[in-house]
Every structure is written in structure tokens, then in C-alpha cells.
Ligand binder design. Structure first.
Ligand SMILES: [Zn+2]
Length: 348
């Protein structure tokens, strides 16, 4: 695991306070105009004509980030997470719109601290909003320090800068996909602890186990929903698919217990229609659902190995002492589950 949290970030810098009404009012609002005043759905993938530009390379991203005069060297190194960019750029390069926004936002990145009072009002340790696409807002930020708890928040907010732009005009929310994946990516590439959105992470992981991780990556980095639709729609009846769409549009900020239960029900149907057996028999999904810590499974960073332990295997040694030995199982890689979709859309 990339352990930025054990690194030493010694430099401190002055806390910048966000006093602008813009930041306070707009960062969490859903009625503000989106970045550049362009409707977020107006990407090239849905027919917006943009001239083709060269693909983004790691070198270009690195140069853009390192050209910022607002970041310390430690912050530049933190923001330029090479493994992560190497994995994300192939998606980003499918979209002229995403390339354009990356080139613009990464050329003058800034990290802006805000104080406790504002954090309490916003009820958030960090904020990213496409009104200010180059700014990562982190509460009580005073520069990266060793094992700084705010570094996890910083990583989470940076991932939001990498994701497709949230459609701020729409009443519908993308937070079901964007929030848990931000937390997962911060965990897998920076080693950040999972702090928030645990229930939503569970739901996204189960969905990735059923239909593969690829469609979700496509969606969050390009805005293209078609791959999710192709894998889900043929495996649900019309009513269930409508319910699926309704559930994923619900914002994650409220109490989503009912939605979460409905999602598990939809997943069971989806699983049965794809794999021809009950989801309850799937050891990996059961471990995720029960959150029993027997499963180390990664979805974005392929450099990390999956591990799956069945806890509670009792072994008695020659002295009669009984110990619990974790048994490691080889688990089915997501890639082989994804192969299901190369041959057929529906198996039953
Ligand atoms: Zn977030």
C-alpha cells in the first residue's frame, strides 16, 4: 500500500480562512451554476462537439501540478499520485470534456483551509465544488504533517476533482457513486483510513462484485452510464430497473436505510439472473455484507493484492493449546466475473 500517512511532511503553512461568501454559499449548494456555466451532461459523450486534443500523459499532469505556485513541494508530491493517475488517465482520455477540465484545474491547484466554525456549519471536514475547480477545501488544514488526519480528507477531496462533474442543475444526485468511490480511491492509493460513507461503500462494492468494477469506473471518470445500463437493465424487469435508477439517484447525505435495503433486494435479483444462483452463496459478497473484516479486496489499484480469510479455524497444537488460525482462500478475481459479460448478457 502506498503509505503517504507514514511519510514526514514537515512544512507547515499558514491557515487560510475561507471568508468569501461564495465558498460558503456555493460549495454545498445544489442550485449554483456548474463549472464554466455549462450543463454537466454536455460532455462529448452525449454529443457536445469539441475538437480532438492530444491525450493527457503522466508527464503533462505532473508538470501541471508542479507548476502551481500555491502548493508546497510536499503537497505537490501528495497530489501527484502517479499510480492513481496512471490508472485513471485511460478513462479521462476517452472524453474531450474531461481532458479539458483536467488541463484547466490542475494548472493552478490550491489547498484552502477553513476553520472549525465553518466546518460545523457545513458539517464537513472537506469540500470540493466545481465552481472553484482548482481548490481543495480542508477544515483546519495547516500543511501536511506526519499521519495528519486531514491528509485523508485532502485525498478524498482530490478524488472529487478527478471525478466527472456533478450536475449541479439537476435535482438528482450522483453522490451514491461519487462519495463512496472517493473514499475507496483515497484508501487504495494513499492508504487513507475509511472514515465516511461506510454503508454506501458496501453497496458500491457489492455492485462491483456483481457487474464488475469497470462500468463504475467508466461512469465516475467519464460520465458514461451506458456500461452500467448494459449490465443491469437486461437482468432486471422493467419495474426493478426503474427502482434501481431511483435508488442510485438518492443523495447519500440523509438517512438511507430504506434505500439501502431496497438495493440489497435488487442486487439479489440481479445476481440470480446473471449467475443463476443465490447471492447468499457468494462468499465474497457475504463477507462484504457482514463487514466481518475477513476480506481485503481492492477495486481500483491493481497493485494491491486481494486477500480473503475465513476467520475462526481452530487448530490445537501438540501442547493442547487451541489457537485460531486464519485460513487464506484464493478469491475469484473481479476480472473473471467480468468475463461473464463478454459472452452473454443474461444467463438464465
Ligand atoms: Zn466527498
Amino acid at each position: 500500500m502506498v503509505e503517504y500517512f507514514s511519510n514526514f511532511f514537515k512544512k507547515k503553512r499558514n491557515l487560510k480562512l475561507v471568508i468569501g461568501a461564495l465558498a460558503v454559499a456555493n460549495v454545498i449548494g445544489t442550485s449554483a451554476p456548474s463549472f464554466l456555466g455549462v450543463h454537466a451532461e454536455s460532455t462529448d459523450s452525449v454529443g457536445y462537439e469539441t475538437p480532438a486534443t492530444s491525450d493527457l500523459t503522466l508527464e503533462e499532469i505532473r508538470n501541471l501540478i508542479y507548476s502551481s505556485d500555491k502548493l508546497t513541494e510536499e503537497e505537490k508530491a501528495f497530489i501527484y499520485n502517479e499510480d492513481m493517475f496512471a490508472d485513471i488517465l485511460p478513462y479521462v482520455n476517452q472524453s474531450e470534456w474531461m481532458k479539458l477540465t483536467y488541463r484547466s484545474k490542475f494548472s493552478h491547484m490550491d489547498i484552502i483551509g477553513y476553520n472549525n466554525i465553518i466546518a460545523n456549519i457545513l458539517k464537513s471536514d472537506g469540500i470540493y465544488h466545481n465552481m472553484t475547480p482548482s481548490n481543495l477545501y480542508v477544515s483546519n488544514y495547516s500543511g501536511l504533517a506526519d499521519k495528519d488526519p486531514m491528509a485523508a480528507t485532502l485525498a478524498h477531496e482530490e478524488v472529487h476533482a478527478l471525478q466527472r462533474i456533478q450536475d449541479t442543475f439537476s435535482q438528482e444526485s450522483d453522490s451514491f457513486f461519487l462519495e463512496p468511490t472517493a473514499e475507496m480511491i483515497a484508501h487504495e492509493y494513499w492508504g487513507a483510513p475509511i472514515k465516511e460513507y461506510k454503508e454506501e461503500i458496501r453497496l458500491i462494492r457489492i455492485l462491483m462484485e456483481i457487474i464488475g468494477a469497470e462500468p463504475i469506473k467508466q461512469y465516475i471518470f467519464t460520465g458514461d452510464f451506458r456500461m452500467i445500463e448494459e449490465r443491469v437493465r437486461p437482468n432486471l424487469d422493467e419495474e426493478e430497473y426503474a427502482e434501481f435508477l431511483e435508488c442510485i439517484k438518492e443523495d447519500v447525505s440523509g438517512q438511507n436505510n430504506l434505500r439501502n435495503r431496497r438495493m440489497i433486494g435488487i442486487y439479489r435479483t440481479l445476481y440470480e439472473n446473471i449467475y443463476g444462483q443465490s447471492m447468499l452463496k457468494d462468499e465474497v459478497i457475504t463477507a462484504i455484507k457482514d463487514d466481518n473484516n475477513s476480506l481485503q479486496r481492492y477495486y481500483f489499484n491493481s497493485r494491491l493484492g486481494d486477500e480473503y480469510f475465513i476467520l475462526g479455524e481452530y487448530v490445537t497444537d501438540e501442547n493442547g493449546r487451541t489457537t485460531i488460525v486464519p485460513i487464506r482462500h484464493d478469491i475469484e478475481p473481479i476480472a473473471s466475473r467480468e468475463n461473464m459479460f463478454m459472452h452473454t448478457n443474461k444467463i438464465n
